[in-house]
Design a protein around this ligand. Structure first.
Ligand SMILES: Cc1ncc(COP(=O)(O)O)c(C=O)c1O
Length: 362
């Protein structure tokens, strides 16, 4: 069976060389005589695997020395609780920006633990833009400010890093991590479920500035406590070993293909292909305001419900899978993460042209 072009928002397509490498060592890893899936996480076979994954991620992302990288479980959603439980212990106030469903969920979760203010929301225009914010918009005594840097469902991305002064900025980067270089030092905490650009589902990465450890609520469950996890090198309990191994392989692939600068160039070119086509015609509508367009998740609609339903079905038959938009917005969404080859986007544009030609709107 041949592989399709998989436009899924997550879990998503992984680089073929990584899958092939994993397949080649699936049954017997190196000289261990066993699969990574069968190893004790405390064995001398696994230790170098997790250490290499961490080092590789630090190299690829240029993570400064005063940050800890944690490999956790529970998805990005668990971090919606972990963030307030680790940080909301000074004034008990935090400021959230709502730019879509995930940031709203994060804010709703945090409201259980303290005084959460919604600084701005893009809900008024169905999350098709990112609010413009400056330092004065945030409460000076807030324990942190939370944003979602790329909005997977709506296809928007922050085109700037908000200036929060001395207030730690916390960002959910689940759907854009590793897509382009990012100045980690501008953030107090970055977290991301790995299942889009980093690995299969199962591992969640938290990158936390060291001075933010040790502030946790006294009733925090140990599994959510970043300090406890940092002190045990992400091995307080059994970590998601195989997903961590895959994350290491993906980081090597990023390095081998030119690092994040080169990745960003390819990603921008892929996204441009699609947006240029969308801007050149009037059959499809791309709802997101141009300056906030995501280069990872591209959303579009035909404006006709029946055609929006037909499109993903026919695309699938043409080998282009998972193009249906999120159930809350409808239409189509093409997730074109790092591992989506340019040819996949070219094929999609070809298909869009054909679909428009044979499905005239009445
Ligand atoms: C931006 C963003 N945040 C959070 C989540 C939730 O992640 P998880 O399923 O790992 O909990 C997702 C999942 O798609 C996401 O795209």
């Amino acid at each position: 069976m041949t592989r399709v072009y998989n436009f899924s928002a997550g879990p998503s397509t992984l680089p073929l060389p990584v899958l092939e490498r994993a397949a080649s060592e699936l049954v017997c890893y190196g000289n261990s005589g066993m699969s990574v899936m069968e190893m004790s996480h405390r064995s001398s076979d696994f230790e170098p695997i997790i250490a290499d994954a961490e080092k590789s991620l630090c190299r690829v992302m240029n993570i400064p020395d005063n940050y800890k990288v944690l490999f956790l479980q529970g998805g990005a959603t668990t971090q919606f609780s972990a963030v307030p439980l680790n940080l909301l212990t000074g004034s008990g106030k935090a400021d959230y920006v709502i730019t879509g469903q995930f940031s709203k969920k994060a804010a709703d979760e945090a409201k259980k633990y303290g005084d959460i203010r919604i600084v701005a929301s893009s809900a008024d225009r169905n999350h098709t833009y990112i609010p413009a914010l400056s330092r004065e918009d945030f409460r000076p005594d807030a324990d942190y400010v939370h944003i979602c840097f790329n909005n997977t469902i709506y296809g928007t991305k922050w085109n700037y890093i908000p200036d929060t002064g001395d207030i730690p900025l916390v960002a959910d980067m689940s759907s854009c991590i590793l897509s382009e270089p990012i100045d980690v030092s501008r953030f107090g905490v970055i977290y991301a479920g790995a299942q889009k650009n980093m690995a299969p589902a199962g591992v969640t990465v938290v990158i936390v500035r060291e001075d933010l450890l040790g502030r946790a609520h006294k009733l925090i469950p140990t599994m959510l406590d970043w300090e406890a996890m940092a002190n045990s090198d992400s091995m307080y309990n059994t970590p998601p070993c195989f997903a961590i191994y895959m994350l290491g392989l993906v980081c090597h692939w990023v390095e081998e293909t030119g690092g994040l600068q080169a990745m960003a160039k390819r990603n921008r070119e892929k996204a441009q292909l699609l947006y240029d086509y969308l801007d050149s015609q009037d059959y499809y509508i791309a709802p997101v305001e141009k300056e906030y367009r995501s280069i990872m998740n591209v959303t579009f609609v035909t404006g006709v419900e029946e055609l929006d339903k037909k499109f993903p079905k026919e695309a699938e038959a043409a080998g282009l899978k998972n193009l249906k938009g999120h159930r809350s917005v409808g239409g189509m969404r093409a997730s074109i993460y790092n591992a989506m080859p340019r040819e996949g986007v070219e094929k999609l544009v070809e298909f869009m042209k054909k679909f428009a030609a044979v499905n005239a709107k009445k």
